[in-house]
Design a protein. Structure first.
Lengths: 459, 116
């Protein structure tokens, strides 16, 4: 998951009154969050005290599947809101990755260690961590079965399993080859991101053809592939090798970004930076030895030679969710098994005691850390209200944000909602479609600390 | 959604700076306190000392910009709009003001303690 937000999709979103009503409710906290970051560089923080929420006493047994950004933020928030609850976190992985930082690693600005920490560092006291993966969801019986066969019953379930990077769906792709022979893939993890930097740096020295793409599925931070094309362009220019390179961005559909106004801005920037665009090109296979990528297009499969490529794999819900009743049964999110949740409450549409947050949620936007930041408090509010026998009015409007890097040292702060509206936190101050240093400063200085406070439930 | 914003602000800075946050806060509070105490004790501002402190402050402003550039792997040459120039000014201004106050206090107390 990246901090950045951008989900490219062809689904036409329904604008509804509910979404419009969300705006006023969601903005104050979002603004507080960004202002907290901005205050780091001297801007005024406008503080406003709000009353603390009393904790709710309960003996409920709550299971959180997944200890990534969404899972840990959920655990922290639950411990703040509840007293006496049995909270269980399921995840086998001990490492925690600050995924929004992967782009900076792949840009050669940060070491791989910049994004690596441990789950244990953020585990709230009172939460039981079972170091096993949720392998099977049985919402009819209110239980989860782990990969060791252990049965974990629950009263409430929060699914935060993240997503599956389906590299196997790209024929010929071999993760072991990342960093070699011009093959890069920023998403595969900290070491892969650093290996991608090495491959990109070699390309920036030698020139040739650089190919960038994105999958036809929903994905983490759809701005990330665009960012990496811009970063590569800038790296070439800084080494005075731009004239020796041809950069090609292959988009899966007819746009560069799901939000039309942002898509058009990126098109203009690509034109300015002389990045060629090929629309309706979906990466289907790769021959790392010959350095040839194969793209599925309306006119059949075409081969594209490259000297450097950033492979972005198709992304789907993890197998355990995909094979469970929790998945969408029909519609655009059914094929890849995303979780069937209400887009405003994050509550499962058929199992009222189940919530889905983060990447796994089958909602129009939101596979970013910024989305997690705004989804988790809403889902928790509904969950706690259910415990109390009340009804929550909290609502998530699809807000997400992306510091879209357009060169090293500048980025555009793109913020939008379910309806593709731009929702700038600082209208008239930080223009959403302007390449600014202040946005870059936010990305490099303030976002990681802000992300970590989110994990701890402190922002 | 129920938060006390200054606490969020503090939490972010704690994550950003770690123990350095408290050292910087102590330095800021101590520096201002030293300045104020000096002002009270001397019953006014020593203009010659202030000018010397401001000259040092100019370098402090530059140091703040250099530090900012290092941390963000960028520089004020990346400024792309009015808000960026405002940010450059704020960083420089903060460095200037902070260093001036510290330098003024340090020089004044050094003289006072030396006299005693």
């Amino acid at each position: 998951m990246d901090w950045c937000p951008l989900i490219m999709r062809e689904t036409i979103l329904n604008s509804d009154k509910h979404g419009e009503q969300d705006l006023s409710a969601a903005f104050p906290e979002r603004r507080a969050f960004l202002k907290a970051g901005l205050a780091g560089y001297g801007l005024l923080l406008v503080g406003q005290a709000e009353a603390a929420v009393p904790r709710v006493r309960t003996a409920a047994r709550i299971v959180i599947a997944g200890a990534g950004a969404a899972g840990l933020a959920t655990a922290s928030r639950l411990t703040q809101r509840l007293e006496g609850a049995k909270i269980i976190l399921l995840d086998r992985r001990k490492e925690h990755w600050y995924q929004p930082g992967l782009t900076l690693v792949a840009a050669g600005l940060k070491p791989a260690s910049y994004v690596v920490s441990t789950t244990a560092e953020y585990l709230p006291s009172g939460v039981e961590w079972i170091e096993e993966r949720a392998a099977q969801f049985d919402p009819e019986a209110n239980r989860v079965v782990t990969d060791s066969g252990r049965v974990v019953p629950y009263d409430f379930l929060v699914v935060a399993t993240g997503l599956h990077l389906d590299y196997a769906a790209v024929e010929g792709m071999d993760l072991q080859l990342i960093g070699k022979n011009g093959l890069g893939s920023v998403y595969a993890g900290p070491e892969a991101a650093f290996a991608t930097w090495r491959a990109m740096s070699d390309f920036a020295d030698g020139g040739g053809v650089g190919v960038f793409c994105r999958p036809a599925t929903e994905m983490k931070c759809a701005g990330a592939p665009l960012k990496y094309a811009f970063i590569t362009d800038d790296t070439l220019r800084r080494r005075d090798k731009r004239g020796k390179a041809e950069l090609i961005y292959a988009s899966n559909n007819k746009v560069l970004f799901s939000v039309p106004i942002v898509s058009e801005k990126v098109r203009m920037l690509f034109q300015d930076r002389q990045v060629k665009v090929q629309y309706e090109h979906v990466l289907s296979g790769i021959d790392p030895g010959r350095r040839v990528a194969r793209f599925r297009t309306p006119n059949g499969v075409v081969e594209q030679p490259y000297d450097f490529i950033n492979v972005v794999p198709p992304m789907r819900a993890p197998e355990a969710v995909r094979n469970s009743p929790l998945r969408w049964q029909q519609g655009v999110w059914a094929n890849d098994g995303w979780m069937e949740v209400d887009r405003h409450s994050l509550r499962h549409k058929r199992f009222a005691n189940v919530f889905g947050v983060g990447d796994v949620a089958g909602v129009p936007k939101g596979k970013t850390a910024a989305s997690v930041k705004w989804q988790v408090p809403v889902a928790i509010d509904h969950l706690v209200a259910s415990i109390e026998g009340k009804v929550s009015t909290a609502s998530y409007n699809g807000y997400t944000s992306c510091p879209l890097i357009t060169r090293l040292g500048r980025a555009m702060l793109v913020e939008f909602d379910y309806q593709d509206n731009l929702v700038p936190s600082f209208p008239g101050v930080i223009a959403p479609l302007e390449e600014l240093w202040i946005t870059w400063v936010m990305k490099t200085m303030a976002l990681k600390p802000t992300y970590l406070t989110m994990l701890r439930g402190r922002s | 959604m129920k938060e006390f914003e200054p606490l969020v602000f503090l939490a972010v800075f704690q994550e950003m700076l770690g123990p350095l946050l408290w050292i910087m806060l102590l330095l800021a509070v101590g520096g201002v306190a030293a300045f104020v105490l000096l002002f009270v004790r001397e019953k006014g501002i020593d203009s010659r000392r202030l000018v010397r402190a401001e000259l040092i402050g100019l370098l402090g402003g530059v140091a703040a910009l250099v530090l900012m550039a290092k941390v963000t792997v960028s520089g004020f040459s990346d400024a792309g709009g009015p808000i960026d120039w405002l940010l450059v000014g704020l960083v420089w201004g903060t460095g200037l003001a902070g260093t001036t106050i510290l330098a003024y206090g340090a020089m004044g107390w050094r003289r006072l303690l030396g006299r005693n």
